[in-house]
Design a protein. Structure first.
Length: 472
């Protein structure tokens, strides 16, 4: 198996990418299929050379070749070196194709989403911060060395020397991991007469702790990269195994029973085997291309099915949430019913445990009986009479309303004539007060009446006046 590739720094931005068109997808998949064909061919060559290297090493290390001459042994070593160089060249070629496949996101390790950033983009700021912290730690160590090199101050040396016995020894510095890239300098031991020995020791402990944390952080980052590459190798191995391509086991790995070398095998036979392998790889590539074309053609149906399943899943989630809520309410109601049932059981048990024979009771007097039954009887009579009283009240109200209507109709008919008469009298009085005769009054001689005569005259009657003649 080729070694894991180094960290590849992607140049893609974290901005959302647009959906490629169908032509762009076809062009990308054509490029990917070509890369896959190149990778299969390079891997086949790599495995062939790897098997030859393994077999040649086993042949040179076997007991049968101990008696050969030194010249033959040197020639075999030279041939082994050439095979190893060829094997290394095939490994580099395969790694270069793998890097190109990684650049084209042939088999993404994780599902790619528009808002997803690469691990390099995510840890870029972290790496920058780590290196800045390392530089700052170096500068602080240089400053500490400069401060330690200064002579102690005579004014403050004596108080520290007096209290030296009561002070605890400085804490031991933790050992810095040897796997870190930056080797921090080892500080000389602080003199007891130093002015800032205690502060420097505490500062040194903090620097050591910071260095340990940086080392742990680097180890975590390296472990993450190794896991990422291991997962990528596993994915590639799975895809190659699905394409009926044998997996590699490394030049020194424990593979199956080694095959013996046929020293008389000619180059034509090797070339024929290689052509057969290439033909099989070509068939596998054609099958993979057909499968990829089928996937591309049915991508819309798969997306529709995925959307349908997603909607059904969302509906099922809502239904499950509603059922959970209903189950909670049912549990609460069940608890309430259980409490009521327990109370009823307790009441029944209490009732059953009591004595069944009632105590002897004395016969009450008639007055006590009447006093005891008077309120409920009055209430019962009131309940019975109340509907009847309501009916009587409604009948009386209807009768009064009807009589009031008839009375108002008769009275208003009679009052209308009286009101007309009053209006005529009022108009006649107004005309008399103004000193003129009512309209339509004339005398035979064409004269006029005096004021006294006018005052004794009745006003003319308006409306219909009925003259009733009295018969003898």
């Amino acid at each position: 198996m080729p070694p894991p590739p180094p960290v590849y720094k992607s140049e893609t931005s974290s901005a959302p990418r647009r959906e490629p068109t169908k032509e762009e997808k076809i062009e990308a998949w054509v490029h990917r299929i070509k890369l896959l064909a190149d990778a299969v061919a390079a891997r086949s060559e790599y495995l062939r050379v790897e098997r030859e290297v393994q077999d040649f090493r086993q042949l040179l290390g076997s007991r049968r070749l101990h008696d050969i001459s030194d010249e033959s042994r040197a020639r075999g070593a030279t041939q082994l070196t050439d095979l190893e160089n060829q094997w290394e060249a095939k490994k580099q070629e395969l790694n270069s194709i793998v890097y190109r496949m990684i650049d084209s996101e042939f088999w993404p390790v994780v599902p790619q989403t528009p808002d997803m950033v690469s691990p390099e983009e995510r840890f870029r700021d972290l790496r920058t911060t780590v290196w800045e912290l390392k530089d700052q730690a170096k500068e602080l160590y240089e400053m500490m060395r400069t401060v330690k090199a200064r002579p102690p101050s005579p004014a403050s040396a004596h108080p520290i020397k007096e209290n030296q016995d009561s002070e605890q020894p400085p804490a031991k510095r933790r050992r810095v991991s040897e796997s870190t890239e930056v080797k921090l300098p080892v500080l000389p031991p602080a003199t007891p007469d130093s002015v800032i020995s205690k502060e420097l020791d505490a500062l040194g402990d903090r620097f050591n702790a910071l260095d340990v944390r940086l080392s742990d952080l680097e180890n975590d980052m390296v472990q993450y990269d190794n896991e990422l590459f291991a997962e990528l190798d596993e994915r590639i191995e799975e895809k190659l195994a699905a394409s009926s391509i044998p997996s590699s086991t490394g030049p020194e790995g424990g593979s199956a029973a080694p095959e013996t070398i046929d020293t008389g095998q000619t180059m034509a036979t090797r070339l024929q085997e290689l052509e057969m392998d290439l033909a099989g790889a070509g068939k596998d590539i054609e099958e993979v291309a057909k499968e990829i074309g089928y996937i591309i053609n049915h991508a819309g149906e798969a997306d529709a099915e995925i959307d349908k399943l997603r909607r059904e899943n969302e509906a099922m989630r809502k239904q499950i949430a509603a059922l959970d809520e209903q189950q909670k309410h049912n549990n609460e109601a069940l608890k309430t019913y259980k409490a009521e049932l327990d109370a009823l059981n307790a009441a029944v048990s209490t009732y059953m445990t009591r004595s069944t024979t009632p105590p002897p009771s004395s016969v009450p007097d008639m007055e006590e009986v009447l006093e005891s039954i008077a309120p409920p009887m009055l209430a019962a009579v009131r309940r019975d009479i109340q509907p009847l009283l309501a009916d009587v009240r409604s009948d009386v109200e209807d009768l009064l309303r009807k009589q009031s209507t008839e009375l108002s109709t008769a009275v208003m008919a009679k009052l209308s004539l009286t009101l007309k008469t009053v209006e005529m009298i009022s108009e006649w009085m107004e005309q008399m007060s103004q000193g003129r005769m009512p309209n339509g009054v004339q005398y035979a001689n064409g004269g006029t009446l005096s004021g006294a005569a006018r005052g004794n005259m009745l006003p003319p009657m308006k409306g219909d006046i009925t003259v009733v003649s009295k018969s003898n």
